[in-house]
Design a protein around this ligand. Structure first.
Ligand code: AMP
Ligand code: MG
Length: 411
């Protein structure tokens, strides 16, 4: 058996970052920025008002109080989107809206809540304001010429707004890998027909396609293939021809008809592993040579729970490496939680990934194992949102800390 850490590292070392490309902003969420972005312009582009109110010379309102307002002449009004037109001369103010440029002469804004209009062209102001109050400086968010986002940044929603704010409309990013998902097995039925003796419903592809997408990759469903060497070989070759990576399920354990590992051995630089984890011990990983470069193939075990766990623990680090993520960021996030109840472990030389439900409780994360832990019991696993990591051994006692790998947001 190979340790989980070594298996994961084997995968990460053999998956290469995809070539960066220009993408429109609305396709960039969740991708990794390939280059530093230097701001070509200031944000905000000009000094503007942070409040609806009156642009003033601070010296004019130095003595203003609630009891003794200062009366100024209103020289004009300026809205967001207008070029500054009316200068503020001593004794005058300009009515100004949030986001409107600060007129010449003004050095502060008194908010409208501290004003009372007097007739058409005068205003009483009840607040003394220091110079600069409620003025948002040009470049106060981003200065032109500065590095606003660095290469390697995973683009979250606000990053897209930042790029838009500096007029970067097609950032250069590492694209999401396109993952071709196929399943193998003579027993699989996926078209709704009644089951003949020995047949079962295909369930891995819907899970794996959706999981790939949920983890941030593009995925395409490539169907299922029978346990036939030639058909499997054709399917893998064609998948590698059209996708950046291939995920297959089934056919990698010790059965007489587990042919994926046999075929992969012919087609790819393949390593067949017995990973010291439970579930998902068998795992085949290879890189198929194509004219577009090496295409990683993840041969996951067929049991429905195992294939999902294998994708989450060994597939994700490889695919995220292709997507430009590095370090621990290639793994699903993990947190320390408290186990409300004892979780039985086993001393069998393997790390167990127990399917649990994590929830937020009075300031801490608590976990409860789902009702059934068999690698064929997907229904029970479907209510899990995390994997509790149990080192080889007795397990954890109630109240003990336990590490969780988060399959999706638990809160
Ligand atoms: P295998 O890894 O091919 O030996 O399959 C292990 C177990 O998982 C067997 O019981 C298979 O019938 C089952 N299995 C394999 N592929 C699928 C699938 N796509 N959907 C549901 N069950 C599967
Ligand atoms: Mg099979």
């Amino acid at each position: 058996m190979i340790s989980f850490a070594d298996a994961r590292q084997h995968v990460v070392d053999r998956c290469q970052r995809l070539s960066p490309r220009l993408v429109p902003l609305d396709a960039a969420a969740g991708t990794v920025l390939a280059h530093d972005v230097v701001a070509p312009e200031d944000v905000p582009p000009f000094a503007n008002s942070g409040m609806d109110g009156y642009a003033v010379r601070s010296a004019d309102v130095a003595d203003a109080t609630e009891e003794h307002p200062v009366r100024l002449r209103v020289a004009g009004t300026i809205a967001a989107g207008e070029a500054p037109h009316t200068a503020v001369v001593p004794g005058a103010a300009v009515r100004i809206m949030t986001g409107a440029p600060i007129p010449a002469g003004a050095d502060a804004v008194v908010m409208v809540e501290r004003s009372t209009r007097v007739g058409d062209d005068q205003v009483d102001l009840t607040q003394a304001v220091p110079a600069g109050l409620h003025i948002r400086a040009a470049g106060g968010d981003v200065a032109a010429g500065s590095v606003v986002l660095t290469a390697g940044t995973l683009l979250r929603p606000a990053h897209l707004g930042v790029l838009a704010s500096v007029n970067v409309r097609t950032p250069t990013v590492v694209p999401r890998p396109l993952v071709g998902v196929l399943s193998t097995g003579d027993e699989l039925v996926d078209d709704g027909r009644p089951l003949a003796p020995g047949q079962i419903r295909e369930s891995n592809r819907p899970t794996l396609v959706a999981a790939c997408r949920a983890y941030g990759f593009d995925a395409v469903d490539l169907g299922s293939v029978p346990d036939d060497r030639d058909v499997i070989a054709d399917a893998l070759r064609s998948a590698a021809g059209s996708c950046d990576a291939v995920v297959s399920s089934g056919g990698v354990s010790m059965g007489d008809f587990d042919l994926v590992k046999v075929v992969l051995d012919d087609l790819a630089d393949m390593t067949w592993m017995q990973v010291a984890i439970r579930p998902a011990k068998p795992f085949a990983f290879g890189v198929m040579a194509t004219d577009r470069g090496g295409v990683p193939v993840f041969g996951l075990p067929g049991n429905p729970v195992s294939s999902l766990v294998s994708l989450s623990l060994l597939g994700v680090p490889g695919l995220r490496t292709m997507a430009g993520r590095t370090g621990n960021d290639v793994d699903l996030p993990s947190v320390i939680a408290m186990s409300e109840q004892a979780i039985q472990g086993k001393a069998d030389g393997r790390t167990a990934f127990v399917r649990v439900r994590a929830s937020w409780d009075e300031g801490g994360v608590v976990v409860e194992p789902v009702s059934a832990q068999g690698s064929h019991q997907l229904a029970a696993t479907s209510s899990a949102n995390a994997l509790a990591v149990l080192p080889d051994g007795d397990g954890v006692r109630a109240g003990d800390p336990v590490m969780l790998v988060l399959l999706h947001e638990p809160f």
